[in-house]
Design a protein around this ligand. Sequence first.
Ligand SMILES: Nc1ncnc2c1ncn2[C@@H]1O[C@H](COP(=O)(O)O)[C@@H](O)[C@H]1O
Length: 201
Amino acid sequence: MPIRSICVYCGSQPGRDPAYIEAGRALGKSIAAHGLRLVYGGGTKGIMGAVAAGVLSNGGQVTGIIPEFLVDMEATRHSLGQLDELIVTEDMHARKHKMFERADAFVTLPGGIGTLEEIVEIMTWAQLGRHEKPMVFANIGGFWDPMLDLITHMREQGFIHRAHLVQPLVIANVEEIVPAILEQGEERPPSSGEDAVISRL
Ligand SMILES: Nc1ncnc2c1ncn2[C@@H]1O[C@H](COP(=O)(O)O)[C@@H](O)[C@H]1O
């Protein structure tokens, strides 16, 4: 499956550790350097803004997908105008579906409830066999460890069915994320997904 675009889910806030913003910028830079398009939620603040800035300042392409009601919560409409593609949707459901359609892979940086909901939905759709797109937890400073422990607990307790379909990569080093996705995209067709690239749950 050729990888042309990567959807990044992340916090609309910067978080406490400056490493999160740095990771956002570095991931954006890496996406641009590999000639891929960023698909994201259109936010210009927090880690979302850092990822988009990282892509744009390195000559990359960005699609922002944002529901109408969030546009006016952004700092300036001008900053949204800097994206090379802006899609305004009617509501959150349409936004998430459009992000899914437009992306060939998904990366989750640190974030809050919104970020959590987005990646959990994508994992749910993988479990249901709706897609085989690569999914990555960018485990900056171990941020996702509690979530990964919970998923392991669910699996051990027999609540994750078709577990072979829900095998996100867990990668702590931002520089390794895009290469790992590209490698999985090359390897993957049909029913694979069993081999570890970096580390899997
Ligand atoms: N200002 C915002 N612009 C775009 N999207 C936003 C904004 N604020 C929140 N969101 C939504 O929340 C997630 C990230 O949520 P966190 O709770 O900060 O993790 C983002 O993808 C949007 O769905």
